[in-house]
Write a protein that binds this ligand. Structure first.
Ligand code: HPA
Ligand code: ZN
Length: 326
């Protein structure tokens, strides 16, 4: 379906999405029940009351804790299916989805349950939901570097259906430079490379992700604005920045949406797209992000179209699929 800009529903690609961040409170309770897990919350209301974040780490604590309910391939499949259904209603026509296999392995969940549970649903997503998909294995930057390398080796050995790797979790103090070998291995295996950088961390982490990890895309990147020379480079090279406005507000990377630098980034000519990051935790999916932006900034049809076109052009979708979406 070609892109026709409308604030209500903008057909687009979602390039920055953690599938575990789509675990809605209702599904957390359903999976806990199914797996006989005692949650530390009496009910939905008590769980929802925890969704007040002061920074990235305060969110990550809850995100990793809630993952405990994911035990079997069927659990991963249920979560993935629920996201795709909601994303289709949000106008998403292509998604590049991160999964944190290392986080699940650390909890004793075999890689096969996690990867095959997600990938099994992705395999029929285009037919079922009209959404083409790419799976990205993300690695935890606040865990030992050798652990990430070992998990990547295991993923490659099992021929996991991943097209790219990513780098997420607590950013400050865990710069990209430690992960050069991980990214070299991934690239040698023919995988694309993305990395979170400049969410809470400084602009030079963005530079490191480009120079040392050879990242094809930067997740977030808002702190790049602190360095005009870096901005000039990002504009010149059309480096995609997958921006997540509601996430940035909820994790206090910006004070309010009105303070968000997205309009400035567009005006500077940066290649930005709009994404939901962890929609179950941050007040909404891609359509909710667009609606909030629209309310706050009143983007013109041309600006909305630019954001949507950027998302498709910055994706790893085939040329044929991109042509269908543009
Ligand atoms: N930032 C960093 N790591 C993450 C996030 C995020 O928003 N969500 C899941 N892992
Ligand atoms: Zn993210």
């Amino acid at each position: 379906m070609p892109i026709s800009p409308s604030a209500a529903l903008l057909p687009c690609a979602e390039l920055h999405l953690h599938i575990e961040g789509t675990l809605e409170p209702e599904l957390i309770f359903e999976l806990a029940d199914r797996n006989g897990i005692d949650l530390p919350y009496a009910d939905l209301e008590e769980l929802r009351a925890r969704y007040q974040f002061t920074d990235l780490q305060s969110f990550l604590d809850l995100y990793y804790s809630n993952m405990e309910v994911l035990r079997t391939g069927a659990d991963f499949a249920a979560m993935t299916r629920a996201y795709l259904r909601r994303a289709a209603a949000a106008g998403v026509r292509h998604v590049e989805m991160m999964v944190d296999p290392q986080a699940h392995l650390l909890r004793g969940v075999p890689l096969e349950e996690c990867i095959n549970g997600v990938a099994g649903v992705l395999a029929t997503s285009l037919e079922e939901f009209g959404i083409s998909t790419v799976l990205i294995a993300a690695f935890l930057r606040d865990r030992p570097i050798a652990e990430a390398e070992d998990v990547l080796r295991q993923l490659l050995a099992m021929d996991a259906p991943i097209a790219a790797i990513g780098l997420d979790s607590a950013e400050v103090g865990n710069p990209p430079e430690g992960f050069v070998e991980l990214y070299r291995m991934a690239s040698a295996a023919g995988l694309k490379c993305v990395a979170h950088a400049g969410e809470e961390g400084p602009a030079h982490y963005v530079e490191q992700a480009l120079d040392l990890l050879k990242a094809d895309r930067i997740d977030h990147g808002i702190r790049a604005l602190d360095d005009p020379a870096l901005v000039a480079r990002l504009v010149r090279d059309r480096v995609p920045l997958t921006v997540c406005p509601l996430s940035n507000v909820r994790l206090r990377a910006v004070d309010t949406l009105a303070d968000h630098p997205l309009p400035q980034m567009l005006a500077l000519g940066l290649n930005v797209s709009v994404n939901s990051d962890d929609p179950a935790y941050f007040d909404g999916y891609v359509d909710d992000n667009f609606a909030a932006l629209q309310r706050t900034f009143g983007f013109s049809p041309d600006q909305l179209a630019e954001l949507a076109v950027n998302s498709v052009e910055s994706s790893f979708a085939s040329g044929e699929r991109r042509a269908e979406l543009l």
